[in-house]
Design a protein around this ligand. Sequence first.
Ligand SMILES: Cc1cc2nc3c(=O)[nH]c(=O)nc-3n(C[C@H](O)[C@H](O)[C@H](O)COP(=O)(O)OP(=O)(O)OC[C@H]3O[C@@H](n4cnc5c(N)ncnc54)[C@H](O)[C@@H]3O)c2cc1C
Length: 385
Amino acid sequence: MKIYDVLILGGGASGLMCATHLSKKLSIALVESNDKLAKKLRISGGGKCNITNVNVSEDNFDGESELVEYALKKYSKEKLLNFLDRNRLELEVRKKRYYFCKNSSEDIIELLKRGLKGVDTFLNTKIVSLKKENDVFTLKTTSTEFRAKKVIVATGGKSYEKIGASEIGLEIAKSFNIALKEFAPALVGLTLQKEQFWMKELSGLSCYVNIKVEDKILNEEMLFAHKGISGPAVLSASLYWKKGPISIDFLPNRNIVKELEGSKKLASSLLGLPKRLSKELLNAIDLEDKECKKLTQDDKKKLKYLHDYSFSPAGNFGFSKAEVSRGGVLAEELYKETLESKKVKGLHFIGEVVDVTGELGGYNFQWAFSSAYVCAKSLKLDIIN
Ligand SMILES: Cc1cc2nc3c(=O)[nH]c(=O)nc-3n(C[C@H](O)[C@H](O)[C@H](O)COP(=O)(O)OP(=O)(O)OC[C@H]3O[C@@H](n4cnc5c(N)ncnc54)[C@H](O)[C@@H]3O)c2cc1C
């Protein structure tokens, strides 16, 4: 049986990027369970893939910052954008923050597929297990076995199982006694306790908010949903929320108590939010709508709560709705320069299977691509030396 130099497990964002940047002097195989490559990339960003962000730093990630910092330094947003530009991928910036494909996520998939030239690609091939004996890895799949000197685990996280996501990366790590954090849903909507069910009544409405969770403040849109709360601000907040309270500022960058001084408006009009929302917000803080000049000191105190509406979510919408999985192989198990396991020589982990998760806004692809690049380039050096 042929022994490949490198075997890439998973044909998603990080696996394809890694294959693209690996030296083609190596013999490489890529194994993917789906009938098509990069299914998540295809549906991401509403079919237009939010590739990266105008502002990228390790602060936008939950995970061990040294690993993130190193990867972002080696393969920054600028390097990624250069690579995409050299390959004529058309991008557009939305809300002055987010880089999206101008036409379709198919464009970046086609670009990455071109990097598979010379790579033996096996679709419809589901990974079952990985073993290592005498410096050679044997990969068992549902159809056949592969052998390789080096293996790169790029099998992603557990969210969206309906398009092939699985925990196989963590199962492989466990089989080699590599420490990890179990996956948990992240970038996901939050469910509510009874006291906040009023938010469900606003299903379909959205507004800009600041959400404070732990020591993070997320400033973006929040969407009221049938099942709870969602939208970019909530999805990013869900990355940092484990349990306990979060606080929402429904009137970010304003000072409502100052604004109402001398105002002849009704309190609900002063809020300047959609009518239904203003009404429910006043209900939530138990404040009768009246002219601002008639508000008592106690009323003003209540209004201040709208800058700091604190409550504990009940849970989240689960893996089937989560854009990513938090958790994965612990950073301390990997050399940051190669993403190679410190315990198992020749075994690398890249992308979402590593315990690094980005906020909403293109950060997860940036990590997938940066970690893939670092790993690919380290293997290239391997054969030159
Ligand atoms: C709906 C949705 C929208 C998203 N939008 C964005 C966005 O706009 N911007 C952003 O930055 N991030 C977005 N993400 C997150 C982003 O898609 C992932 O973080 C990223 O794809 C991770 O790359 P990866 O290579 O680690 O994993 P993946 O891209 O998930 O690739 C893993 C591959 O491994 C394969 N695999 C899994 N198990 C097996 C097995 N047993 N055998 C063989 N193959 C297997 C999978 O089929 C898959 O192709 C979104 C996610 C979802 C679900």
